[in-house]
Ligand binder design. Structure first.
Ligand code: NAD
Length: 329
């Protein structure tokens, strides 16, 4: 039975990875400091070890107690762009420093396969859309800078120590597990789809549209949404890829199709069956007008086929989760 370490497994995307791996018969250890994650998102079959990657003693104990992992899926990070501008040193310490400590522990323990959560934020404001992996990595905030630095570090760890890795540059993760038992749970929530659904539930007075004067068909920003279960499936495929392909690889994960903020709100109104109040607001600094992935490499080389990422399906699954949460609150 394979044994995996999942850092950040109590968070949104990591908890879906935990479910997928348990469903496939693996043993799963979650390492999470619960700074933005939630104990309730961790499936019962997994072992939760509470600790921070920035705490050397906690990491040492983790590898001493559970160290013979077949691979590590590394989701744990700080990931709020605005906070990264206000508190860059916390991002360098926890994202780069935490990953450095993790990779060092892996090398010491002889664990040689890592799947890393990177981000479209490494591209900054792209020159070409859809964005291929070969586009310049020119992040415009400390969050993206720390992720780019980690990718560079993983290349060095491969050259010097033979650590195989895949950095997956996610575009916008959205949706929820089909059971409705786990889903997107960020506090504060900065992502569009959960905020649209919170407005639909009356938990917020309206959904704020940041920027209505972009050079896009309806003036609002365009993003590429991927269902979280399609996203975590790509991680399993990335791990299989490492069996046959030594190296430190990079893949985009997006659906190569963009939706504007207004299109997302319209699709959500169809799913929830009622109008959702909207408030127009100025652009947020650093928000690129369009972010859409060229994901042909993941499709060709990993064999990735997103099957749940139609916009209405993503929103319907997210809606089931948010409604259930609102009822149990
Ligand atoms: N959600 C998206 O659309 C998106 C897009 C691009 C990239 N990403 C990346 O994917 C990963 C997961 O994102 P998410 O939306 O699930 O975030 P999340 O905040 O829900 O999950 C992160 C988890 O990591 C834990 N954590 C944070 N710092 C830690 C530390 N130092 N030590 C131990 N645990 C720690 C948190 O408690 C949380 O459970 C992150 O690396 C993020 O940068 C997410």
């Amino acid at each position: 039975m394979p044994r995996f370490l999942i850092t950040g497994g109590a968070g949104y995307i990591g908890s879906h990875m935990v479910r997928l791996l348990l469903d496939r018969g693996a043993q799963v250890v979650v390492f999470d400091d619960l700074s933005t994650g939630h104990r309730d998102l961790v499936a019962k079959g997994a072992t939760l070890v509470r600790g921070s990657l920035s705490d050397p003693a906690a990491l040492k104990d983790l590898f001493a107690a559970h160290g013979a992992f077949d691979a590590v899926f590394h989701f744990a990070a700080r990931s709020l762009v605005g906070e990264s501008v206000a508190r860059p040193l916390a991002y360098w310490r926890d994202n780069l420093g935490g990953t450095l400590a993790l990779v060092s522990a892996m090398v010491e323990a002889g664990v040689d396969r890592l799947i890393f959560s990177s981000t479209a934020a490494v591209y900054g404001v792209p020159e070409t859309v859809p964005i291929p992996e070969g586009a310049p990595a020119a992040p415009i905030n400390p969050y993206g800078e720390t992720k780019r630095a980690i990718e560079t570090m993983l290349k060095a760890a491969h050259r010097a120590h033979g650590l195989r890795s895949v950095s997956l540059r996610y575009f916008n993760a959205a949706g929820a597990h089909e059971s409705g038992r786990i889903g997107e749970w960020h506090e504060p929530e900065t992502h569009l789809i959960p905020n649209v659904l919170k407005a639909a539930l009356g938990e917020a007075p309206a959904i704020r549209i940041f920027g209505t004067d972009y050079d896009t068909p309806d003036g609002t920003a365009v993003r590429d949404y991927v269902h979280v279960m399609d996203l975590v499936e790509a991680h399993a495929l990335a791990l299989a890829h490492l069996d046959a392909h030594d190296g430190a690889h990079v893949f985009n994960l997006g659906c190569a199709k963009g939706f504007s903020v207004r299109e997302v709100i319209r699709a959500a109104e169809t799913v929830v069956g009622r109008p959702i109040p909207v408030e127009e607001a100025p652009r947020r600094p650093g928000d690129p007008p369009v972010l859409v992935a060229d994901s042909s490499r993941a499709r060709e080389l990993l064999g990735w086929r997103p099957t749940r990422s139609e916009l209405e399906r993503i929103i319907a699954d997210a809606w089931a989760w948010h409604r259930q949460e609102a009822q149990s609150a």
